[in-house]
Ligand binder design. Sequence first.
Ligand code: AHG
Ligand code: MN
Ligand code: MN
Length: 284
Amino acid sequence: MKEVFEGIAKAASRIADALAHDDTGYSDNKNSTGDVQLKLDIRSDYIVEEELSRIPTVHALASEEQEQISPIRTGGEYLVGYDPLDGSSLADVNLSVGSIFGIYENSFVGANLAAAVYVVYGPRIEMVTAYKHNVELWRQDRSGEFKFVQILRLKDQGKLVAPGGTQQFWYPHHKKLVDDMFAEGYRLRYSGGMVPDLHQILIKGGGLFSYPGTTDKSKGKIRMVFESMPFAKVFEMAGGLALNDEAGRLLDSVPEGHHDTSPCFFGSKNEVLRAMRAYGNKLD
Ligand code: AHG
Ligand code: MN
Ligand code: MN
């Protein structure tokens, strides 16, 4: 696994350089979800594929930006599902963006996630790894090397709410959940990039990030293999919860296709359980 993390670290340094210096405009292409790709989406995807295909333990790669799974070699124990540049619509306004990696064994189902990693490209470049027993924060130093900073743990309750999805299309019970939380003093923290938004909740110790099913998109927008299952690994291992709108663990998800999406709720225990009650789910 160490060599996979090293490949991710190399890719991250190159993506950070592209973000700092390259054109932030759109390309002429669409990805399989129908999003128009930025030149930076394509460049980041190329960088990740180039770096990870060199790693002997990588068997195959699946990218948010590519329709098909790329077989890399016959050997190798890991299948890496990745979003090379999450929140890329924020690149032109110079807000933080990220990369997300799920490192799977055998198939792209939540139960087979051996590790998850994300990188935040902000004023500092930080990497969070969820592997074995700990969620760890790493930060790039002046020489470009990632140095261990601390273990991350969520509290049982936080103060932040990051409510995704277009409000016009929220279901009434979802709107009530968010309104009630604001009425109780929770603060809005939503940038439109799930990496910095979830990173903020994790670093500040808790809160709720939701990207629900809506009247226009019943399964939401967040892709399971590249986005929500890797973050579910991070949030559960940090002592929080990551559930869908039926109170099922995102880590129990079995996507039918590797681009499938699902509603998702991440955060500290109290807030996620409260969201489940607002959705009428029976909890044990
Ligand atoms: P991507 O840039 O990879 O397409 O994903 C962006 C995702 C996620 O980062 C964010 O939380 C969500 O889209 C924002 O969606 P809205 O614009 O609907 O809030
Ligand atoms: Mn994304
Ligand atoms: Mn993306």
